[in-house]
Design a protein around this ligand. Structure first.
Ligand code: SER
Length: 583
């Protein structure tokens, strides 16, 4: 059975309109990194704005939740998941909502009523106990002993700290072959929550004050992977049909079996799937050190570390076959996965290459550290070195420390991290002034544009692209690079679009002075490594480019104007030449 289809068909047959999943990265809400629930893109409509598709909606929404990131590796948690949901925007309320859920579970999914139990809101000083929902459940045949009343922590739902909210009733399924206890105990882990019906009739403001909404809404959410596990009668979500081919491809890449290697395989499977969805999203997220880009980087790097644990040779593009399985699984339902397939594969490949440059040395450094550490904590300096020199996200260091019963001085790390950022900002300010001498403003701009072009070619054409030369004058820039084919119009258009996007993002350009070795280890691009002095300048543009370079550069990409490719031609065998202007 295809649960997603059955769910949508059922609610459509009850007068709901199916809406497409909103992007994973919220379009109009900078306060959250990802959509974490089906209701999130619907907030304006829950607050009263009329929805163009009407008052009854249903969908499968792509979600990412990071609260459990450290817990991934067990049987039931995922960072990415699809949430099935139905909504009433000021239309039906408790009776119909509970009735629909009950009908879908018992008539469509054929779940025996004996395996179901529910919780309802016990009420607090502001809101009364939800006897209405309890009575509805009883009228449908759920016995009193299978109804538990719980407080605000369990049965009151809100996304974040403020917004539309309300009491909820949660539906549980008894997932075990053991005898079903007569009385429902929500703490008994054999009962798993499968569906949450929220009765959104309140609004909580930033001060915590609760007022009634103008309309009474219903917002429900059902975790797809969890219910599929129930229907397929397995007690490990990763053993369902959803993960079958993905886990099989990890088994094939590693030459190991899932049994005995569950934790690392689950982490790899989960993190690659989430990375595919994040990097395919229209927002165009790339691995970086901030916001969604940092989450993407953390997920990929953690997957790489677990691949190493399984004995996979991470120097290969080992993620590709696994990512291809993920893409195959989802490309029919999500057009962006199909459209951005190449971008996704390239993101994984190039982040893998970047981390591989330093991973091994970093792991050695960590082992050395284990031998020398006194007490139970890894100090801030070592944690920072692992981050700065070897590219280990702090959370990865924490995870590795935990595996050895150690802690990390994370607070100290963050202090050091901030100090370091201040320093490099100051250093870059002073240096820019000096470097600018002898170059006109437009030439300086072309220098920076060259770095962006180099980075864009790597994304669009392939990470194998390397700079072979460049030449700048007041009129144009010229850039030679290794590439085995004439760029297609589409490739040129994509490269231009990417450079212009980075210009529009007004990315900061920073400079750091470091040893040549550190620069290479930190993943900086270098054209002729043997030609550089021992101490080099490394220019970083936002998180899109890092290159050893003499400069000069602008301080922010926003000043570059509009980038346009005027010519693309052969330069010599295996080398192409691009001429471009800033207008
Ligand atoms: N918003 C609720 C949840 O995420 C129901 O969809 O559980």
């Amino acid at each position: 059975m295809n649960l997603k289809k059955e769910f949508i068909n059922f609610f459509v047959s009850h007068g709901h309109v199916e809406i497409p999943s909103a992007p994973l990265i919220p379009e109009n809400d900078p306060t959250v990194l990802f959509n974490t629930a089906g209701m999130q893109p619907l907030i304006p409509y829950l607050l009263g704005e009329p929805h163009p598709k009407g008052k009854r909606l249903c969908d499968a929404q792509k979600c990412v939740r990071l609260t459990d990131l450290d817990g991934i590796g067990d049987k039931t948690h995922h960072t990415f998941f699809e949430m099935l949901g139905n909504w009433s925007l000021g239309d039906y309320f408790k009776k119909e909502s509970i009735g629909y859920s009950f009908e879908f579970l018992t008539k469509v999914l054929n779940i025996p009523i004996e395996r179901l139990a529910v919780t309802v809101f016990a009420g607090n000083e502001d809101i009364p106990r939800d006897e209405v929902s309890a009575e509805i459940w009883k009228s449908l045949g759920i016995p009193e002993e299978r109804i538990a009343y719980l407080g605000v922590e369990d049965n009151f739902w809100i996304a974040g700290d403020s917004g539309p909210c309300g009491g909820d009733t949660e539906i549980f399924y008894f997932r075990s072959d053991e005898e079903i206890p007569v009385k429902f105990d929500p703490k008994d882990e054999r009962w798993v929550e499968i569906w949450n019906n929220v009765f959104m009739e309140f609004y909580k403001n930033e001060d915590g004050k609760i007022t009634e909404l103008t309309q009474k809404n219903v917002d429900t959410g059902m975790g797809l992977e969890r219910v599929v596990a129930v229907l397929e009668n397995v007690d490990d979500n990763y053993k369902t049909s959803i993960w079958k081919e993905i886990i099989a491809s990890i088994e094939s890449v590693s030459g190991k079996s899932y049994v005995g290697n569950e934790e690392s395989m689950r982490i790899i499977a989960d993190h690659i799937r989430t990375s595919v969805f994040i990097s395919a999203d229209p927002a165009g997220i790339k691995p970086s050190n901030t916001d969604q880009g940092y989450i993407l980087r953390r997920l990929i790097r953690r997957a790489i570390r677990h691949a190493k644990k399984l004995g996979i040779d991470t120097h290969d593009d080992w993620m590709r076959p696994i990512a291809l399985e993920v893409i195959k699984k989802y490309e029919r339902d999500y057009a962006e996965i199909k459209e951005n397939k190449e971008v996704v594969l390239e993101v994984l490949k190039s982040e893998n290459e970047k981390f591989n440059k330093t991973l091994e040395k970093g792991l050695k450094e960590f082992d050395k550290l284990l031998k020398s550490v006194t007490g139970d904590t890894i100090d801030k300096d070592h944690a920072f070195k692992l981050y700065d020199t070897y590219g280990f996200p702090i959370e990865l260091t924490e995870e590795m420390a935990r595996e050895h019963g150690l802690k990390v001085d994370t607070e100290g790390f963050h202090d050091k991290f901030r100090q370091h950022q201040e320093l490099s900002r100051t250093a870059s300010k002073g240096k820019f002034k000096g470097g600018l001498m002898g170059h006109s403003e437009i030439e300086t701009k072309y220098h920076t544009a060259t770095h962006l072009l180099n980075a864009a070619l790597k994304v669009v054409v392939g990470s194998y692209v390397h700079q072979k030369g460049s030449n700048i004058n007041e009129e144009r820039m010229r850039f030679d690079f290794s590439c085995d084919h004439k760029l297609s119009d589409e490739e040129k258009r994509k490269v231009e679009a990417l450079v212009n996007e980075w210009i529009k993002e007004d990315l900061p350009v920073t400079m750091e002075v470091m040893s040549k070795e550190d620069a290479i280890q930190s993943g900086a691009e270098a054209m002729f490594i043997e030609k550089y002095a021992d101490i080099v300048n490394v220019y970083q543009i936002g998180d899109v480019s890092k290159e050893i370079c003499g400069g000069p550069h602008v301080e922010h990409t926003g000043v570059l104007g509009h980038f346009k490719i005027t010519k693309e031609e052969a330069s010599s065998a295996g080398v192409r030449r691009i001429k471009a202007v800033l207008e």
